[in-house]
Design a protein around this ligand. Structure first.
Ligand SMILES: *Cc1c(COP(=O)(O)O)cnc(C)c1O
Ligand code: SF4
Length: 433
């Protein structure tokens, strides 16, 4: 069996190696200390593949993959960063640093859009930890062993799960809770396994979570989706990891059970699709019968240009993958640093969409996964002399609103749905009168 471009095993690289990473990017000692201060508050993790094969060091620190994966001083407010820097410079105790880091995190909206409360199913006094059920047909399943990733995105909206604060975690120890829930909810046809990254689990552990879904009695389940960034951050997972073959066999068992297996690949930048090992991994995944669909948020300094999306979608289609969503980054964590205003995201999407062939126009965006549902901005237009965003609900908590078009007044600065005001109507369709 080929070992891909290099046959090295996975090892997570953490904040201890930030000084050497900063030096490699040409940063000085003071700048390196700023990165360390950010990494004391927000999760940081990378690996050798990201460092040696994805980052273009001749362009670092402005390289898009460097920006995607490395801390940046502006991810914290100046006074927060200064406070942590002072503690680090004076060798403060771990407890003092933790205390301050915890306070800063709590002010960074760790659970945006009512994730913890609104979508958590509960019935007859039972709780279903590790599940979210927001849209009729699809249940999200968070296996406890899959709540980390092979590297972290600096903008991660799940960041609260990675920083080791137990009250911020929500995950299922095993599949029993999912099976019990499905028994009561025959309307559910899709299970979306997510994290973190479920592909961080060993093939054995992933099989323990997924095989119960293949029971012929559960014929209501027609699609299993697995959300993952492993193709981008650790393609060796499907090529040379010790259990890669076993993992692919598990995926093949899913498709052979007569179900659709969708790999929902998080791909931020076309460079993530250009190494030999990722191309090998894609072919091996496709050979299981899985369909790979691709999605990513639009992120300032990483992929905030039409050219970046044109290259990304063309590369995806060339490799037999399906462009699916361009998301708007959620209102959480270091968003002030990474946010692209809705108007700019809409223009970038439109410019890129026009430039690609129809096969790439399966993509929808920019999409906000917000409290009332998934809202796409179809474009900017002028109606009766008023400049407006045309919006539509692709998914809605209230099912009768799926597909509903509506309008909002144009704004150059709005960054999220709740920054918008309704146009031609007293309220948005999902707002109570
Ligand atoms: C995006 C999402 C889904 C899946 O939606 P699709 O439009 O079917 O891809 C399901 N549940 C939640 C909570 C989501 O955010
Ligand atoms: S892959 Fe997803 S969950 Fe993992 S760090 Fe990136 S955004 Fe967060």
């Amino acid at each position: 069996m080929s070992l891909g471009t290099r046959g090295y095993g996975f090892r997570a690289i953490g904040a201890r190696e930030l000084p050497s990473i900063a030096a490699r990017a040409g940063l000085d000692a003071a700048q390196a200390r700023e990165l360390a201060a950010v990494a004391a508050v927000l999760p940081f993790r990378t690996n050798r593949y990201v460092l040696d094969e994805l980052i273009d060091w001749t362009r670092a620190p402005d390289d898009p993959i460097f920006r995607l994966t490395m801390p940046h001083p502006r991810m914290l407010a100046d006074d927060d960063r200064a406070e942590i820097s002072t503690l680090l410079a004076h060798d403060a105790s771990a407890a003092d640093i933790r205390h301050t880091a915890t306070r800063i995190r709590k002010a960074m909206n760790p659970h945006p859009e009512g994730q913890r409360t609104l979508n958590r199913p509960a019935a007859e006094g039972e709780s279903f930890d590790g599940l979210q059920h927001k849209y009729r047909n699809t249940v999200l399943y968070f296996p406890r062993n899959g709540q980390t990733c092979h590297a972290y995105c600096a903008y991660c909206f799940r960041w609260a799960q990675f920083v080791g604060e137990p009250e911020l975690r929500m995950a299922a120890a095993g599949p029993d809770v999912l099976i019990r829930y499905l028994d009561r909810h025959p309307e559910v046809s899709d299970v979306l396994v997510t994290g973190g990254d479920p592909m961080i689990m060993s093939a054995d552990v992933l099989a323990r979570h997924l095989e119960p879904l293949l029971d012929p009695r559960l014929e209501q389940i027609t699609s299993i989706r697995i959300g993952t960034k492993a193709l981008a951050f650790w393609p060796h997972r499907f090529v040379s990891d010790p259990d890669a073959g076993q993992l692919l066999k598990l995926l093949t068992r899913i498709t052979e059970s007569g179900r659709h297996l969708a790999i929902m690949a998080h791909v931020s930048h076309s460079r993530e699709l250009e190494t030999d090992v990722v191309r090998h991994a894609i072919r091996r995944l496709q050979a299981t019968g899985a369909m790979i669909r691709c999605q990513s948020p639009i992120v300032r300094t990483v992929n905030d240009s039409a050219d970046a999306w044109i290259a990304l979608w063309r590369n995806e289609v060339r490799l037999g993958m399906v462009p699916y969503y361009m998301f708007v980054e959620r209102d959480t964590g270091p968003r002030d640093h990474f946010a692209v205003p809705l108007a700019a995201a809409t223009a970038i999407f439109a410019d890129a969409y026009r430039a690609v062939p129809g096969l790439a126009r399966t993509v929808r965006g920019p999409v906000m996964s917000a409290t009332p549902g998934k809202v796409v901005i179809d474009g900017v237009t002028t109606i009766a002399d008023r400049r407006v965003f045309a919006l539509r609900l692709l998914q809605a908590r209230d099912e009768s609103l799926v597909g509903a078009p509506f309008f909002a007044n144009h704004s150059d600065t709005a960054r999220w749905l709740d920054d918008l005001t309704p146009a031609f109507a007293p309220r948005f369709p999902y707002d109570q009168p």
